[in-house]
Design a protein around this ligand. Structure first.
Ligand code: HPA
Length: 246
């Protein structure tokens, strides 16, 4: 089967300078429209979708995750690398760290989170396996020869757009979460519903609530994002080369 890679860019990554010869597409899906770009990274075709729009305007709970994933499927994408800015909860997850999560807990609510709710005969009820929410082969491509990456993390997906209270972060930590973000779900499970491989590259942009003596400011978050996004892009370029040479 022909492989095709897509990147879903999150906060701080609404476009990628390494992606050349861009063509913009508006794709109609049964779930609404999605806007994305196709282009080339080192002569390999890559699809790029800015999750929050470009410029960034959609709140995490307003993103049309279903249209986005369906549109990627329509374009014959087989694998998705999703980039997410997150807060760090456990000790290793300091600001600036980049990790490749291996598990996820969904605390989000009220989002259109499935293609298969049984209300439309074109999309009959289906229960997907989600034991391993991220595709191991794609995680391995991201991690190979990247010694600075942390190779695990439980991602706690919160509703946002507000950040959390200290008590909420303490609860997430007790549940086993290492990082917290607002956009990890339902993206990961929707990808699984339509058999797309999916892995996440998470950049820690702040200590989660109560994990430092300071309050969390957007200035601090954007500072860390600016510093880290270049490394994120370099990892993506490297991963796309490995993906297409495999
Ligand atoms: N909490 C939730 N989402 C986030 C955070 C956070 O601290 N930082 C970046 N995205």
């Amino acid at each position: 089967m022909t492989k095709k890679l897509a990147i879903i860019g999150g906060t701080g990554l609404t476009q990628m300078p390494q992606l050349k010869k861009l063509t913009k597409h508006q794709i109609n899906t049964p779930f609404g429209d999605a806007v994305l770009n196709t282009g080339l990274i080192d002569n390999n075709e890559v699809v790029f979708l800015a999750r929050h729009g470009h410029p960034h305007k959609l709140a995490p709970h307003k993103v049309n995750y279903r249209a986005n994933i369906w549109a990627l499927k329509q374009l014959a994408v087989t694998d998705i690398i999703a980039v997410n800015a997150v807060g760090g909860i456990t000790d290793k997850m300091q600001a600036g760290v980049i990790c490749v999560p291996n598990q996820i807990i969904d605390y989000s609510y009220g989002r259109e989170h499935t293609f298969f709710d049984g209300t439309d005969e074109k999309f009959p009820l289906k229960h997907i396996d989600f034991t391993y929410p991220y595709t191991q082969s794609l995680r391995e491509i991201l991690l190979k020869d990247q010694n600075n990456l942390i190779d695990f993390a439980v991602y706690g997906a919160t509703q946002g757009p507000r950040l959390e209270s200290i008590a909420e972060i303490n609860k997430l930590e007790k549940d086993g979460c290492d990082i917290v973000g607002m956009t990890g779900m339902p993206e990961a499970s929707l990808a699984r519903e339509v058999d797309l491989n999916y892995a996440c590259l998470a950049l820690v942009v702040n200590p989660a609530a109560g994990k430092s003596d300071e309050l969390i400011t957007m200035d601090q978050i954007y500072q860390v994002l600016n510093d880290g996004i270049e490394q994120v892009c370099a990892i993506i370029v490297d991963a796309s080369n490995k993906f297409y040479s495999n």
